[in-house]
Ligand binder design. Structure first.
Ligand SMILES: Cc1cc2nc3c(=O)[nH]c(=O)nc-3n(C[C@H](O)[C@H](O)[C@H](O)COP(=O)(O)O)c2cc1C
Length: 334
C-alpha cells in the first residue's frame, strides 16, 4: 500500500498510532513500527530532555523502522513551554521520522524557528486538527501534513464537534498537504473509507490499547471488549472552552463526578486536580477503571479482541484491500 502518507513517513502501510499519555512507550511504538505502521513515543510521559532522549534510544534498539514522537502543545503544570522546546530539539537531534503535534501551532507556542529546525533535520511535522481553518493554517506555516480528527476521537476533540465523515473530505478539499484521518478508526473498513474519502491513511489510538503489547492492567482490556460506542462522552466542555477544547473519555464514576462539578459551575481549583495525569497512570497500572478520566474514543464500540499489534495491522491491510475491491463488485452485481 503506497500513499502520500507512506511516502511521508517511509512506512509500509498508511497507519499510525496516535500519541497516548503513559501508554505510547518505546515498546509499543516499536511493535507498531515493526508491523509496518508508524509507532508513537509520547513525550509527555517523560520528565526531562534526557529521559526522552533515552526513550528514543530505547525505541531505536527495538526497531530499525520509522517512528514518531507526540508533543502536546497545551498549557500544562507539569510540562513547561521550555521543556517542550527541548523535546522538539531532541526529536530533531535524534532525527525521528515525524513529530505529531496536538494543541497550539508550533510556530506560536514554541517559536517561529521550530518548523524550519525540523525541516533542516529532515523530520516531518504533522498537526492534529479538528477544523478546516486550522488545517489551512498548518499548511501556511509549513507543516508537512495534518491529521483530521473527528469528534469521535479520544482525547481532546475540537469543540466544533464535526465528525470525521465531513471533516476529512472537507479538509482534503481545502489543503494540498497530505491529510490523515483520526477518530473512529479501528479496522480495514475504516481504512478503505478514509482512502475513498481522499485521505492518505489513518491514525488510531484506542484500538492500539487493545493489543497484547500495550501494557495495561487486564481490567482495561476487559473493559474495552465490553464497552460500546455509547460509553464515552464529551467532558470538561465548560472548563476547556477557553482553548476551544473538550475531552472525550469513558463514561464512568469519575466522569459522573466531573459532570456534577460542571452542573454546579465549579472552578479551576476543583477541575485541575481531576486532570492530574497521575490518576490515569494509576488506573492503567492497577485497573481501577472508575477512578480516573480514561480517554477513549467512540471506536471502542468496534473493538472485539486483543490481538498482537502485528496481527492487527496485517488484518487491517488485508481487510482494507478486500473492502475496496468488494464494494465495487457489490454495487455492480445488483
Ligand atoms: C489512552 C489514550 C491517551 C491519549 N493521550 C494523548 C496525548 O497524550 N496526546 C495527544 O495528542 N493525544 C492523545 N490521545 C488521543 C490520540 O492520539 C488520538 O488523537 C485519538 O485517540 C484518536 O481516536 P481513537 O482513539 O478513537 O482512535 C490519547 C488517546 C488515548 C486512547
Amino acid at each position: 500500500m503506497k500513499t502520500r502518507m507512506t511516502e511521508l513517513y517511509g512506512t509500509e502501510y498508511p497507519i499510525q498510532c496516535g500519541g497516548m499519555m503513559w501508554l505510547a512507550t518505546p515498546e509499543l511504538a516499536a511493535a507498531v513500527s515493526n508491523a509496518g505502521a508508524l509507532g508513537n513515543v509520547t513525550s509527555g510521559i517523560y520528565n526531562s530532555a534526557d529521559e526522552l532522549r533515552a526513550a528514543l534510544d530505547r525505541t531505536r534498539e527495538l526497531t530499525s523502522k520509522p517512528f514518531a514522537v507526540n508533543i502536546t502543545t497545551m498549557p500544562s503544570i507539569r510540562l513547561s513551554v521550555e521543556l517542550l522546546q527541548q523535546y522538539f530539539k531532541v526529536c530533531c537531534e535524534k532525527k525521528v521520522a515525524a513529530i505529531e503535534i496536538a494543541g497550539a501551532p508550533v510556530n506560536t507556542f514554541l517559536g517561529p524557528e521550530y518548523i524550519p529546525m525540523a525541516k533542516e533535520a529532515g523530520v516531518k511535522v504533522v498537526h492534529k486538527v479538528g477544523a478546516v481553518k486550522h488545517a489551512a493554517h498548518a499548511q501556511k506555516v509549513g507543516y508537512d501534513a495534518v491529521i483530521a480528527c473527528g469528534f469521535e476521537e479520544a482525547g481532546f476533540p475540537h469543540q466544533d464537534n464535526v465528525g470525521v465523515m465531513v471533516l476529512l473530505p472537507k479538509i482534503v478539499e481545502s489543503v494540498d498537504i497530505p491529510v490523515i484521518a483520526a477518530g473512529g478508526m479501528v479496522d480495514g473498513k475504516t481504512l478503505a473509507a478514509v482512502l475513498a474519502l481522499g485521505g492518505e491513511g489513518m491514525m488510531m489510538a484506542s484500538r492500539f490499547v487493545a493489543t497484547k503489547e500495550c501494557k495495561v492492567h487486564p481490567n482495561v482490556h476487559k473493559l474495552l471488549l465490553e464497552k460500546t460506542e455509547k460509553d464515552t462522552s464529551l467532558q470538561l466542555r465548560g472548563f476547556l472552552a477557553q482553548w476551544g477544547l473538550q475531552v472525550r473519555a469513558l463514561r464512568n464514576e469519575f466522569s459522573r463526578k466531573v459532570e456534577e462539578i460542571e452542573a454546579r459551575g465549579g472552578g479551576p481549583e476543583e477541575y485541575i486536580p481531576l486532570m492530574s495525569a497521575e490518576l490515569a497512570k494509576k488506573a492503567w497500572e492497577e485497573g481501577e477503571c472508575d477512578e480516573a478520566m480514561l480517554t477513549f474514543g467512540q471506536s471502542i464500540g468496534r473493538i472485539y479482541d486483543i490481538p498482537t499489534v502485528a496481527e492487527l495491522v496485517d488484518r487491517i491491510v488485508n481487510q482494507a484491500e478486500e473492502a475496496l475491491r468488494t464494494s465495487l463488485e457489490r454495487v455492480h452485481s445488483r
